[in-house]
Ligand binder design. Structure first.
Ligand SMILES: [Zn+2]
Length: 230
């Protein structure tokens, strides 16, 4: 890793020389990127390439600022529980979530960010659905809700939705929120079973279920998507 200042901001970068024909740049995190270039590229050309692309780096790195490197994760917070994650190189992909031990064993055949994401997401998505269904059942016991089918999606613009037929859908990544905020999202959609719009009646009813409704709603608007890992 080397460090370079771009518009007074320090960035770390790695140079990966390989059998390609031109220089490429890939952002890794908000403060680091990787350069891939042909084997014999002189250092000054790499520096020039980085300087020429500094606007692009700064612009795009700020946008991905909340995305963390998956392979760099040591723990994942799921509903206030900190799961220790271990990355293990194996021949076959498999992920084991130990709920009691709060450990995630990620066995992956390829150590790349995109592959790790794909394998981990395939396991975490159904796990999220399980947690959401469990909490919905709890809330329904307390407040007597009657809902239809429950599904999970990955749509960063919305946390949840409630159809006219009472089917509920949630962004699976809401399991990375603190527990009260997670619960707030479920209660929001459950309230829509009776009141479809966002009228004052709706907010009044939601506040009966969640006394900190205003605080949670504001938190979700400001902090919500920062918790998303994928
Ligand atoms: Zn709504």
């Amino acid at each position: 890793m080397a460090t370079i200042l771009l518009q007074n901001q320090p960035f770390e970068y790695q140079i990966n020389r390989k059998g390609i024909r031109s220089i490429r740049l890939r952002l890794i995190s908000k403060k680091s990127f990787q350069i891939s270039c042909p084997h014999l590229t002189p250092e000054f050309l790499i520096q020039k390439f980085i300087k020429n692309n500094s606007d692009w780096i700064i612009n795009h790195s700020s946008k991905i600022s909340h995305k963390k490197s998956i392979l760099g994760l040591k723990t994942i917070k799921i509903l206030d529980n900190s799961y220790e994650i271990q990355w293990i190189k194996t021949q076959r992909d498999s992920v084991i979530i130990e709920e009691v031990e709060q450990k995630i064993y990620s066995n992956i055949s390829l150590f790349s960010e995109s592959h790790a994401k794909k394998v981990l997401e395939a396991k975490l998505r159904p796990f999220a659905l399980k947690l959401i269904k469990k909490e919905l059942a709890n809330l329904s016991k307390n407040f007597n809700f009657k809902y239809g089918k429950v599904t999970v999606r990955n749509q960063s613009s919305r946390y949840g939705s409630c159809s006219g037929h009472g089917n509920l859908s949630f962004n699976w990544q809401i399991i990375f929120f603190p527990y009260p905020q997670f619960q707030h999202i479920l209660l929001h959609e459950l309230t829509h079973l009776d009141i479809k719009n966002h009228s004052s009646k709706f907010w009044g009813q939601l506040t009966i279920y969640d006394s900190k409704c205003k605080f949670h709603n504001l938190w979700l608007k400001k902090e919500g998507t920062k918790c998303f890992l994928f």
